[in-house]
Ligand binder design. Sequence first.
Ligand code: PLP
Length: 372
Amino acid sequence: MTNEQTPRLRPALDGIPTYKPGKPAAAGAGAGAAAAAYKLSSNENPYPPLPGVLEAAVAAAGSFNRYPDMACAALTAEIAERLGVPPEHIATGTGSVGVAQQLLQATAGPGDEVIYAWRSFEAYPIITQISGARSVQVPLTAAERHDLVAMADAVTGATRLIFVCTPNNPTGTAVRRGELERFLDRVPRDVLVVLDEAYCQFVRENRDDAADGGIPDGLEVYRDRPNVCVLRTFSKAYGLAGLRVGFAVAHEPVAAALRKTAVPFGVSQIAQEAAIASLRSEAALLERVESLVAERTRVREGLLAQGWPVPETHANFVWLRLGERSVDFGAACEAAGVVVRPFAGDGVRASVGEREANDILLAVAEEFRKEW
Ligand SMILES: Cc1ncc(COP(=O)(O)O)c(C=O)c1O
């Protein structure tokens, strides 16, 4: 044995792109702070925790010498009642990305294929590669939407799981009921379809969306289809990103498989209590969502008025397909005081945040447009 020897790691890990979190804002975020004071790079909720939710979390912190309730029983019961689904169909996890990883552990391995649209949520390629399965990326349409016909065409005997991200991160577009039903009718019943609805509370149907059955609620789609699973999170609309709690709604045996693949005690008691308090404060939280939706409309309309082609967005962010200029735009935003999320060579995603932050984004975009 030589000192150069290292433990043998799975070859599947070679070349995995590391998850790039949205850059943080500079210290002292807020009015009057130095450059890059605002963070619009991770689709977080800019509002601080509601007082009742914070109190619930602080109270739970008083017993963090104990393990949390591993079954998340109280939270599961609360979610089940609200959504009108059996508690056995709910599986909680450390954020919905944690649950997505469990879904892969439960369904896919070497030799298998996982289909998703591209560009979509950055974690999909990473967690797919970790599972050992192969990613099959299906390009978005020119309108930045899922191409569900092409995704159904991409199914082979090796397909085990398909992610449908709606609204899609980072483009904001949502699938419609008709196209989704036609897609599901073509997918074999032994392939799991995951409707990732991390941003569903931000969906507002417009006239165009009403065509083809409108934008579906994944829960209605899941009810009659045992191979459909819905992913939801407390990180976005509910503002609990830092506490890491999300869940799946799935039929047996998928829900049971999620319980098997869960990290034991993964969801802290603080997160569980805060999530319960959030559900009980839903009206106040959804009021905040409404304000963010109003800001989203203002930002998108401002960008459209400047001449940018911004796709309709149903999430708490906007997408600018800036191609080779994406990184430059990100740098210009940062210099002006907001951090956005550039995807090199592709586009820029900017979360809808505080009004002042959104104003800075609009001002940078206006300047940029002049030299476009
Ligand atoms: C589409 C989508 N799904 C899932 C997640 C994961 O969220 P969390 O793990 O915080 O629940 C995100 C976060 O950005 C997302 O954009």
